[in-house]
Design a protein around this ligand. Structure first.
Ligand SMILES: Nc1nc2c(ncn2[C@@H]2O[C@H](COP(=O)(O)OP(=O)(O)OP(=O)(O)O)[C@@H](O)[C@H]2O)c(=O)[nH]1
Ligand SMILES: [Mg+2]
Length: 313
């Protein structure tokens, strides 16, 4: 049922939008009690394997109910969503207290799925208390996931510290924890060095509004080592932000963000669906290609046509 609900909210067809809205409205009052954890990191760093190991631990020894929303770039080409991440989380997916949902990467926006927020609401209403959102792991828009989660975990590997500029820096600034994974596959020295580097890099950022100081941990998802402290740290964070009121504040801000994004999307849909705009668009495209009209001017004229059309309605 949950999987079907998520498919419904993901479906962009206007006919189903109303039904999706009805479902969401029913689920919203039941949501909000879970801890929402974003897992980001470069492609292949080990995000899915980590979620499999960590999630399995949470369901089997901490009695938690875990839902995973994974965005799988591999299935983008085929449009299929079953292989890829699900095959990497077989153990977790089979557990009665876990739910694993892979979504083809093509539906993503900014490293996460277009309907991630809605899917989180549905998972919470279904009784899951820990939600993992695995990002696609590339692009600067990846930091967008921090607009949807309570806690952002950045996975990294020894030797990847050189690319601390740009994208990774942006994610690091948002990260509430940095985890060096695959420690079984690297020398203890390389791990220590990288951990020191990460700690030094984290110290350069200003203090968090949450008053939380991100730590750097090392683990191996394959050998299931180092997971205890990660779980404890996550619990400490949850406790801190719940008592301080930061969690509520962050979520309130996220709802504002959600509203603005939805408005943008609806506006775009409305403009693109406008028959006047679409007929003029082809015309202006031609003219702009021949340099007979500037792109900015053409866009302004299209908006004007849209406004006039809406006023007459
Ligand atoms: N040795 C070792 N290998 C690991 C570990 N974790 C993951 N791997 C391997 O690293 C590869 C990539 O792991 P994934 O979990 O698929 O990585 P990912 O970040 O989810 O990848 P994408 O979703 O494709 O970006 C796989 O071959 C894993 O078996 C680990 O702790 N130790
Ligand atoms: Mg993955």
């Amino acid at each position: 049922m949950l999987a079907r609900g998520i498919t419904l909210v993901e479906s962009a067809q206007t006919g189903r939008r109303e039904l999706a809205q009805t479902l969401l409205d029913a689920c919203l009052p039941l949501s909000g009690k879970a801890i929402r954890v974003g897992i980001s990191g470069a492609p292949g760093v080990g995000k899915s394997t980590f979620i499999e190991a960590f999630g399995t631990r949470l369901v089997s020894s901490e009695n938690r109910r875990v839902a995973v929303l994974a965005y799988d770039p591999a299935s983008e080409r085929t449009g299929g969503s079953i292989l890829g991440d699900k095959t990497r989380m077989t153990r977790l997916a089979r557990h009665p207290n876990a739910f694993v949902r892979p979504t083809p990467g093509k539906r993503r926006s900014g490293g996460v799925g277009g309907a991630t927020r809605q899917s989180i609401v549905l998972c919470e209403a279904a009784g899951y208390d820990t939600i993992f959102v695995e990002t696609v792991g590339s692009g600067q828009a990846e930091t967008k996931v921090s607009d949807m989660v309570d806690f952002l975990m950045l996975l990294t590997l020894p030797g990847s510290g050189d690319e601390l500029q740009g994208v990774k820096r942006g994610v690091m600034e948002e990260a509430d924890m940095v985890v060096l994974t695959k420690e079984d596959a690297h020398s203890p020295k390389a791990i220590r060095l990288e951990a020191r580097r990460m700690k030094a890099a984290l110290r350069l950022f200003p203090a968090r509004e949450s008053d939380w100081t991100p730590s750097v941990y090392t683990c191996s998802a394959q050998e299931e080592s180092g997971l205890d402290i990660i779980s404890k740290d996550l619990g400490d964070y949850e406790q801190l932000v719940k008592t301080s009121g930061y969690l509520e504040k962050r979520r309130r801000r996220q709802i504002g963000c959600w509203l603005r994004e939805t408005l943008d999307a609806h506006l775009l849909d409305a403009v693109r669906a406008d028959p006047r705009v679409s007929s003029l668009l082809a015309e202006y495209e031609e003219q702009a290609a021949r340099h007979e009209i500037g792109v900015t001017e053409a866009a302004d004229l299209l908006l004007k046509a849209f406004r006039e059309g809406s006023e007459r309605q």
